[in-house]
Design a protein around this ligand. Structure first.
Ligand SMILES: Cc1cc2nc3c(=O)[nH]c(=O)nc-3n(C[C@H](O)[C@H](O)[C@H](O)COP(=O)(O)O)c2cc1C
Length: 279
């Protein structure tokens, strides 16, 4: 999301168990011109264009985040293995507790699906980042793939420590009066409530085919949404657009809602719920 260290630090005080940075690349990027975000009936459509200050200007932000005492996951994007390796090493040296490899942006030419849809590239990049860093490496996967399981397996075979699913769903909104797409980039990524069933399905398919943990993300706004992801096979969840719907208090509220559901249904541990919906 479009966050800075201040807003991220607020989130850590609101019950989040960790924070994921916006995706950081080698060079500073302005991102696309406006409009970059539009709220639709059932979700949010964005094509930010990966705006970020560049890895060399990100050290202070990681250091500030580290003061909050929750794990900081540094998200990185590159166009090839050397880029990912350099970014990963720098994130680690700044103090990031884990890396999230973003190979799944639906609207960033050269950085997203061109990489994330090719199992050989996913394997090669993951393997090289793993070899050159010591912190856990997560691979974030796109739902816009013909075979999501193949990509998850490629990440697993390269010793990724977890899969993150899903990134946004490729989408478009057209302005009827202007007769053109609303976003300046035309194509964007859809997130929020509408994408939850897509995310849950992807997590379920991946969980049945890999043996590493899955972090579920996509459309979670309530504790029951999170529980659905656990039942599909996720061991943890991330929340993005939900902050727009329920404010930063969403983290604390969701924790309370999860606990209350578990109490009502006689569950003591989240681990008892993971993957129970697999048939
Ligand atoms: C405005 C916005 C910016 C995002 N920026 C990133 C990003 O920099 N890197 C990334 O991996 N995902 C990014 N995402 C995708 C989210 O991390 C998440 O995978 C997706 O939105 C689905 O989750 P949600 O429905 O909880 O938002 C962004 C999403 C939105 C809405």
């Amino acid at each position: 999301m479009d966050e800075d260290a201040g807003s991220m630090e607020r989130i850590t005080r609101c019950g989040a168990g960790g924070v994921v940075t916006k995706s950081i690349g080698l060079e500073p990027r302005e991102g696309y011109p406006n409009p970059t975000v539009v709220e639709l009936e059932c979700g949010i459509l964005n094509a930010m264009g990966l705006p970020n200050p560049g890895i060399n200007n990100f050290e202070d932000e990681i250091k500030n985040l580290k003061k909050s005492n929750v794990p900081v996951i540094g998200s990185i994007f590159g166009s090839d293995k050397d880029g990912f390796v350099e970014l990963g090493k720098k994130m680690q040296s700044y103090g990031a507790d884990a890396l999230e490899l973003n190979m799944s942006c639906p609207h960033a030419k050269g950085y997203g699906l061109e990489i994330g849809s090719d199992p050989d590239l996913v394997r090669e990049i993951t393997k090289n980042v793993k070899k050159s860093t010591k912190i856990p490496v997560f691979v974030k996967i796109s739902p816009n793939l013909a075979n999501i399981v193949e990509i998850a397996k490629a990440a697993e075979s390269a010793h990724a420590n977890a899969i993150v699913a899903i990134n946004t769903v490729k989408a478009m909104k057209i302005d009827l009066e202007l007769r053109i797409p609303i976003l300046s980039n035309k194509i964007g990524g859809y997130s929020g409530k509408a994408v939850k069933p897509i995310g849950v399905c992807c997590v379920c398919e991946i969980a049945k085919n890999v043996n590493i943990p899955i972090i579920g993300v996509g459309g979670i706004t309530t504790g029951e949404d999170a529980i659905e992801y656990f039942m599909a096979g996720a061991s943890a969840v991330q929340i993005g657009s939900g902050i727009h719907y329920r404010g930063v208090e969403i983290f604390e509220k969701i924790c309370i809602e999860i606990e209350s559901w578990m109490k009502d249904h006689n569950y003591n541990k989240i681990s008892e719920l993971i993957g129970v919906a697999h048939i």
